[in-house]
Structure formats: C-alpha cells, structure tokens
Design a protein around this ligand. Structure first.
Ligand code: NAP
Ligand code: GLV
Length: 304
C-alpha cells in the first residue's frame, strides 16, 4: 500500500524524506509506481490519464495546490476523494499578497509606476483608509486570512460567500449586489467552479462604485479580460492588480500587459512549501487510514 507522487522532483525529494521519517509503513513512489494496484494515494497537480483504470484501489488525490479546478471531476469515479492543499504557509503568503495589493491600489501605486516610466513627478490626493471599503469575494481559508491581515489598517471590511457567515468586524454578505455596491477595492479569492467562471464581468464591474479597484488572485477564468479593459478605459474601474490570467501567461501583445493602471504578477500569491505540503498530505493519509475526517477533503458536487 502506498502513495504516488507526481509533481516537481525538487518538492518530491522533500516529500520522500518526510514519508520515510514520518510514515515509513506507507510506500512512497515518485513519478511511477511499480505496483499500480497498491497505489491508494496520489499527490499531483493534474490527474494522469486513465487514472481510475490504472490505479483501481486509489482512494484520494491530493492537489499540490489550494485549487482543485484542474481536475475534471466528471472523469473521476465517486470512490476517489479529492483533497486540496491546506498547508499553513498558503494563508500566510496570501495575507502578504493581499496586503501588498490592497495597499498598492489604495495608495495609487499603478499611477505612480506609470508616472515613473514617463519621468513624471506628479501627486494625487491620499484617501483615508476609512473611505476605502474593501470587499473580499470568498470567505474560506484564504479570504478570511486576507481579511484578518487587512484588519489593522482600518479599512471598512466586507466579504461575500455562498453560505451566511459571521466574522468579527467584517460585514458578511450572501447578497452579491449589496456587497458590490459598498466595495471600493474588490479582492477575488473564489475557487473556480461553474458558478464562479466569468464572475468578474461587465455586469459585476458596473455594480461597483465608480472608480473602484480590483485585486484578482483566484483563477484567470473567473475574469472577463475584455470587460476589465473596457471598464478600465471607461474609468468605471480605476486600477487592477492581477495574479491570475487566462491564459497564463497572457500573450505578449495582450493590452493588459501594457495597461498603465494594471499591475500583473505571475501567479505567485502563494506557492506550496514542500515541508508543510508533505506534512498536510501525511496528516491526510493518517486520517484516512484511521477513519477520521481528512483535512481539505472537498465536496465534489460543489467543486471546492
Ligand atoms: P475555500 O476555503 O474552499 O473557500 C472558498 C470560499 O469561496 C468559501 O467561502 C465559499 O463559500 C466561497 N464560494 C465558493 N463558491 C461560491 C459561490 N458560487 N458564491 C459565493 N461564494 C462562493 O478556498 P480557499 O482555500 O480560500 O482558496 C480559494 C481559491 O484561491 C482557490 O480555489 C484558488 O483558486 C485560489 N488560490 C490562488 C492562489 C494564487 O497563488 N493566486 C493560491 C492559492 C489559491 P462558502 O464558505 O459558503 O462555502
Ligand atoms: C495556487 O494557485 C494554488 O491553487 O495553490
């Protein structure tokens, strides 16, 4: 009985050490298993082809990332559970990234970067934090971490989720229209599902206050890139910071690359750390073997 690891070799070496030290009773293969019938667990970013046939006793697929949208759930038999990455440094890194992005948008950094490129020494008025209402789409592991990180700055905070939530000092919404109407900096930390695909579209931008900003660190396919460009050029959206795009990377001629009020980062908000990732997977396998709930096991019907 064992676990098959199918991601980057550098991270795999760390997983191999952690399995040998902490879970020696579970065999660990990297790249290929000599006994596919013995594979109970797979750690990967994408699902290999003919997975169910090749590994007839597979119980769990562990994503090496927080997202699980790369798996086509329809092709996975119901007996296979899907587990998202929940290692603690992901939330830590998202706290940093959202703080960086919200402060950059709040303090008009895209405007100053554009001015610097033109050797222009020009100021704009600093707005009070109390006048900059931040709203986070998605109140899961990362959305909550982001809100927690922003709390000390004094921005009026809100969040939107599918189910009703109660978070101290955060206005929690399930009504998207009401949430958008009060949001000056919109942060997207939603999982990609059929419901959230294309959610950042023209209609959503039109419901934000005039001149709002967008920080997108969910998934590229949640964003209608053309609608964002139109909203930027019309002034409806004043600035944006994008960590995710579709495709990744955008082609060199894509206008978002050169847009004076857009900052793009190459999907680096969070990177799974190997040691913490291995600990999460080992904890999940231990839980599964003892019949306990597996941390990060997703609801396959919801898609997250
Ligand atoms: P999570 O814990 O599963 O939380 C997801 C949140 O989104 C939940 O609050 C959920 O609402 C809400 N949600 C989902 N579908 C919704 C819908 N249709 N309407 C309203 N709310 C909805 O996920 P997470 O760990 O925070 O991660 C979120 C996403 O961030 C990942 O899936 C991934 O795409 C992205 N991510 C990006 C990076 C990066 O480097 N850019 C890194 C890691 C993750 P309920 O609470 O009501 O269920
Ligand atoms: C990165 O985007 C992840 O899903 O961890």
């Amino acid at each position: 009985m064992g676990a098959l690891y199918l991601s980057t070799p550098e991270r795999g070496a760390v997983f191999a050490r952690a399995f040998a030290q902490q879970l020696p009773e579970v065999r660990f293969w990297q790249g290929q298993a000599d006994d596919p019938e013995a594979v109970r667990y797979i750690v990967t970013w994408t699902a290999p082809e003919r997975l169910a046939e090749t590994y007839p006793n597979l119980r769990l697929i562990f994503s090496v990332g927080a997202g699980v949208d790369q798996f086509d759930m329809r092709t996975l038999p119901p007996r296979i559970g899907v587990v998202r990455m929940l290692e603690p440094s992901l939330a830590e890194q998202m706290r940093e990234y959202v703080t960086l992005g919200v402060l950059a948008l709040h303090r008009d950094l895209p405007f100053y970067i554009d001015n610097q490129r033109a050797c222009r020494w020009q100021t704009t008025t600093n707005r009070r934090v109390s006048e900059r209402r931040v709203g986070v789409l998605g109140l899961g592991n990362l959305g909550r971490a982001a809100l927690d990180a922003l709390a000390p700055f004094g921005f009026p905070l809100a969040g939107w989720s599918r189910s009703a939530k109660s978070i101290p000092d955060v206005d929690c919404f399930t009504d998207l229209e009401a949430f958008l109407a009060r949001t000056d900096v919109l942060v997207c930390l939603l999982p990609l599902t059929p419901e959230t695909k294309g959610i950042l579209d023209a209609s959503l931008f039109a419901q934000l206050p005039l001149g709002a900003s967008v920080l997108h660190a969910g998934r590229g396919r949640q964003l209608d890139h053309e609608a964002l460009l139109t909203a930027l050029d019309a002034g409806q959206i004043s600035s944006a910071m994008l960590d995710v795009t579709d495709p990744e990377p955008l082609p060199p001629e894509h206008p978002l690359w050169q847009h004076p009020r857009v900052v793009i980062t190459p999907h680096i908000a969070c990177q799974t750390r190997a040691e913490e990732g291995a600990a999460h997977v080992i904890a999940g396998i231990r839980a599964d073997r003892s019949g306990a709930p597996v941390p990060g096991l997703i609801d396959r019907r919801r898609g997250y």
